[in-house]
Ligand binder design. Sequence first.
Ligand code: ADP
Length: 463
Amino acid sequence: AGDVVTAGRILKELKSGCATPLPVLRRVADAMADDMRAGLASDHSGSELKMILSYVDVLPTGNEKGLFYALDLGGTNFRVLRVQLGGKDNRVIDTEFEQVSIPRELMFGTSEELFDFIASGLARFVESESGIFHLPPERKREIGFTFSFPVNQTSIDSGILMKWTKGFAVSGTAGKDVVACLNEAMERQGLDMRVSALVNDTVGTLAGARYWDDDVMVAVILGTGTNACYIEQTDAIPKLQSLASGSGRTIINTEWGAFSDGLPLTEFDYDMDNESINPGEQIFEKTISGMYLGEIVRRVLLKMSKFSALFGNSVPEKLSTPFVLRTPDLCAMHQDDSRDLYEVGMRLGGIVGTTSSTLEARKVALEVIDTIVQRGGRLAGAGIVGILQKLEQDSRGLVFGKRTVVAMDGGLYENYPQYRNYLKGAVTELLGPELSKNVIIEHTKDGSGIGAALLAAVNSKYI
Ligand code: ADP
């Protein structure tokens, strides 16, 4: 019984360390809004939020027509897509896509090898074009290129790669214009296409959602990592200076994963961060995104099993392995509402190697999961309110008085119902029952691919 007491004490401390009562949510939302302003003021403000200019200042309206391509490189796969747009009445006439996995050795090869592989995949895809897809004579096929690595954007169709992330270590790309890299590879393939828009995946998601709904103002990705972008008034961007665009607004890529002000963190978060490949960076991402939720839970369970006999007399074999517990595993256990928590017991056995678990131990594990997922979802909600609040304050009340849509995408948001509910709950608590009626949080399934093609269309060289 003393063991359960010890585990219970660790759980109690965890819960108080992760608590997100309204004042904490408010502090986080306020800090997000302040950091956004600092990042918009100058690139040298020291703000954690980079607030990157996307150069996307024309948004899809629904009137776009013709054949456009999208190419998406953001992880271990790249995707190619074509869409035939039919204007206001016909919208998306047809769309086709293909996904190609990137051979591991290319993630460690040269820039030329990687881009040649992508260009040849694209060339093959273009060859299969037929049927309803139609390009008018004398026109090149145009591409929207979604590239989800940190890029210093220099125009709508060019940007310098700052560094590879997500396990890529390709030589010779950093410091180069990634559109030029792609163009050169297409030339080597004899493929005559032009890149009309280079976009971040969040920006693509916003554009894709906005195509269907004029009230979309914000897009958020909650998957392996996290990011958010939104539509800003150009006169609220001091660092934009003379570049003011014609339309008076532009999409800002917040890179909000880097945020950290006012977050409720515990020893488990600090330890995980210290042992990560990027200590001190991406703290918001490490608290709310899919890559990390399982790992935080693992660390808590490991401490519990070291200091108590929660899972028997020895520490379960695999519980010491970093990242062995993944967020989809938490999600599966979280859905277990049986009396004996059978699923929780099975998963703990299979994944971390507990030889047996008492009902009490399963309940504790489930509470740890709920605590970490609740904190993640609620803080993500506070971040969203921070963005809305910033927009409202600087646009003299243009946001909360009317319907405003936040487009959500990513595997975590899509698949984890409790996370989703915690997120929405925090938004409602922060805004109150009246204002929150106007804020619609909406899942957009795979908006980013079509979004990039739409941005190629609105930035077409032929209009
Ligand atoms: P990306 O890796 O580009 O972010 P996704 O948006 O598909 O791709 O997100 C994948 C992430 O979503 C996974 O790393 C995982 O953290 C999370 N995820 C996937 N499936 C589930 C699930 N069933 N329950 C909870 N989280 C999930």
